[in-house]
Write a protein that binds this ligand. Structure first.
Ligand code: HEM
Ligand code: CU
Length: 656
């Protein structure tokens, strides 16, 4: 009996590595600390009522933000471990399997559990406010999406200490990811972690598409909509076409592994190339899904901080739509070298290069907006300006990679690693950081400290170039990606050391940002006006943080940059302030079902990972029961009475 338990524990828990024991201890300590604090300050009820059951898009956005920052930390630690291993030749810090596990979890976490939720954080916090809505189209579904994402991410992260991490790359190509080559449970964690959170992402795409199409304030024609909301619309359209492909691909891979099918195995008539095509039909649009909202953010920030209307509004909208369509016609550039032939490669080379055109249009529009503007360089603008040269280099190296014959040289080299980090960090991460700095006062009612922020900014930026520029050269010198060690004779040592130093500078930048947040909670400049940057769009017309119902009176929109027009009219004395008539506000009620349903998905996922069918069945029954319970819940909404709206507005300093 005792022997059996010991046997089980030694396969169930990951053992034998000091890093893992360290993680075990820190997870246990964090759990104890959380339970202790919640109990000591009697906060369990508060946590449940205010957060775990909330359907308020602003709170859901904040939870996405916290989760994504934690994942940025986890993915960043992975990155530093890899760079430590590569800092010198013949290092024996991580062995090969461990290195494989780390680059796999780093890539997966950064894209799916850091970039996606950070994007959803901004969708949730900004879109309803920007289009003059009181909520998203489906608030309950929005909560389901968040908890599905969170439980999916937890399941994926659990693989670090239980069962073992996936190690066949962030896109899990067969045959490496098939049972024959990855017999452990790591690959199952990958499949179920992404599957559960992916369903949540698809639902978010649908939710925000409908929100933007149906919930805009009266008068806000599509062509009067702020560019960030446009970018969300284009990103959601792309999500709706791309994510179902991912769901099906992962399901087929799981069927291969679990039931011994042969969709992607050469034995039995399957074909691994099928998988590679399918996963990139999702994977390439995915990078545009995360970068388009960043383009929207830059457009808002450039206009606000140059005090000018964005240059070429229509061409901006058109460019984003073209990008989201073209993104579906480029996926083969990820495997030019796999023998599709010259005609196919030529088609995909040209379609890839074509994306540079609308992207170039956008960059010029930002520059023209800044030209002769009264620019004020605050943190959001700082990140926006830093983005432009970074993205230009990333775009240029992307076009180099798109030259199919040349790609035979760069393919899977460090040149590629440098390129995609340049666009993902310089485009996506810089963009979302800019957005977080910009909308932070709207979320929390205070600004983030400028001085600490500048430290963070410069460390990130200098660190970025120090880390990734040498990697272009390393690629040309023949260093391939996913390489865990190399010898002195290769001549790669100096550049790798420089690169590692750069990575640590970026890590220091992140530490400054965390410090900045903690410092600003106490000392940050309070935003009493609701419009700290002299903004242009509707979200700045209401107090910060926004009240539960967002707008006491739904605005009547007259043009793009509606809030700016209102402010101008007030200044010129031409404003027609009508007497407003308050009405009771219709709101959705909180519900515990999304949390419980997602927890049941987690149980089911865990069962599938270990092949414990009884547990999977229990989890799935839980999911069915929660759905059943929801369908009999009739009391799902309420009205906020007029007096309460009046009282809230008065307490926020707004007379009505
Ligand atoms: C602090 C900054 C970062 C550093 C120093 C860093 C470093 C690395 C390193 C050393 C690798 C492995 C290269 C190899 O041996 O093949 C890697 C892979 C990767 N990184 Fe990063 N990274 C950073 C940030 C990011 C971000 C922000 C993203 C995405 C949003 C990202 C996405 C990826 C992906 C997708 C891979 C490929 C994983 C695979 O080969 O399966 N990284 N990174
Ligand atoms: Cu691509």
């Amino acid at each position: 009996m005792w022997e059996n338990i010991k046997d089980f524990a030694s396969t169930f828990f990951v053992t034998g590595d000091p890093l893992i024991y360290g993680a075990d201890v820190s997870i246990a300590l964090t759990m104890v600390a959380i339970v202790f604090v919640l109990t000591k300050f009697k906060k369990w009820g508060w946590l449940w009522r205010e957060w775990l059951t909330t359907v308020d898009h602003k709170k859901i956005g904040i939870m996405y933000l916290i989760a994504s920052l934690l994942m940025l930390f986890r993915g960043g630690v992975d990155a530093l471990l890899m760079r430590l291993q590569l800092a010198f030749p013949n290092v024996e810090f991580l062995h090969s399997e461990h290195y494989n596990a780390i680059f796999t979890t780093h890539g997966t976490i950064m894209i799916l559990f850091m970039a996606m939720p950070m994007m959803f954080a901004l969708f949730n916090i900004v879109v309803p406010l920007q289009i003059g809505a009181r909520d998203v189209a489906y608030p309950f579904l929005n909560a389901v999406s968040f908890w599905m994402f969170l439980f999916g991410a937890m399941l994926f992260n659990l693989s670090f200490v239980i069962g073992g991490s996936p190690d066949s790359g962030w896109l899990a190509y067969p045959p490496l990811s098939e049972l024959s080559h990855s017999p452990g449970v790591g690959q199952n964690f990958y499949i179920w972690g992404i599957q559960i959170s992916g369903i949540g992402s698809l639902a978010t795409g649908i939710n925000f598409l409908v929100t933007i199409l149906k919930m805009r304030a009266p008068g806000m024609k599509l062509m009067k909509m702020p560019l960030f909301s446009w970018s969300v619309l284009s990103s959601c359209i792309t999500i709706i076409f791309a994510f179902p492909i991912l769901t099906v691909t992962l399901a087929l891979l799981f069927i291969d592994r679990f039931l011994g099918a042969h969709f992607f195995t050469m034995t039995g008539g399957g074909n691994p190339m099928m998988y590679v095509n399918l996963i990139w039909m999702w994977g390439h649009p995915e990078v545009y899904i995360v970068v388009l909202p960043a383009f929207g953010i830059f457009s808002e920030i450039v206009a606000t901080f140059s005090k000018k209307t964005i240059f070429g509004y229509k061409s901006m909208v058109f460019a984003m739509m073209v990008i989201s369509v073209l993104s579906f016609f480029t996926w083969v550039h990820h495997f030019f070298t796999m023998g599709a032939g010259a005609d196919v490669n030529a088609f995909f080379a040209i379609s890839t290069m074509a994306i540079a055109i609308p992207t170039g249009v956008k960059v010029f529009n930002w520059l023209f907006t800044m030209f002769r503007g009264r620019i004020s360089i605050k943190q959001p603008m700082l990140w926006t300006i830093a983005f432009i040269p970074c993205f230009l280099v990333g775009g240029a190296t992307g076009v180099m990679l798109a030259v199919a014959p040349a790609d035979y040289q760069y393919h899977n080299s460090y040149f590629l690693i440098a390129h995609f980090h340049q666009v993902l960090i310089g485009g996506v991460v810089f963009g979302y950081l800019a957005g977080i700095y910009y909308w932070w006062p709207k979320m929390f009612g205070f600004k983030l400290d400028e001085r600490l922020g500048k430290w963070g900014f410069w460390l990130w930026n200098i660190g970025f170039y120090v880390c990734f520029m040498p990697q272009y050269a390393l690629g040309f010198m023949g260093m391939t990606r996913r390489l865990y060690t190399y010898g002195w004779d290769m001549g790669w040592a100096p550049l790798n050391l420089v690169s590692t130093i750069g990575a640590f500078l970026m890590g220091a930048g992140f530490v400054f940002q965390v410090w900045q947040i903690l410092y600003s909670i106490k000392h940050g400049e309070r935003d009493t006006t609701g419009d700290p940057w002299n903004g242009r769009t509707l979200e700045w017309s209401i107090p910060s943080p926004a009240p539960l119902y967002n707008f006491a009176v739904v605005p009547q929109v007259k043009g793009a940059d509606d809030w700016w027009l209102t402010k101008q009219a007030r200044e010129n004395g031409t404003a027609q302030e009508e007497k407003v008539q308050l009405e009771p506000i219709h709101m959705p009620k909180n519900s515990g079902i999304p949390f419980i349903m997602s927890a049941c998905w987690f149980v089911a996922g865990f069962g599938f990972v270990f092949g414990w069918i009884w547990m999977a069945v229990v989890g799935m029954i839980g999911v069915a029961l929660t759905m059943w319970a929801r369908s009999f819940q009739y009391d799902t909404d309420y009205y906020i009475p007029v007096d309460e709206v009046k009282r809230t507005e008065a307490s926020l300093g707004r007379a009505l």
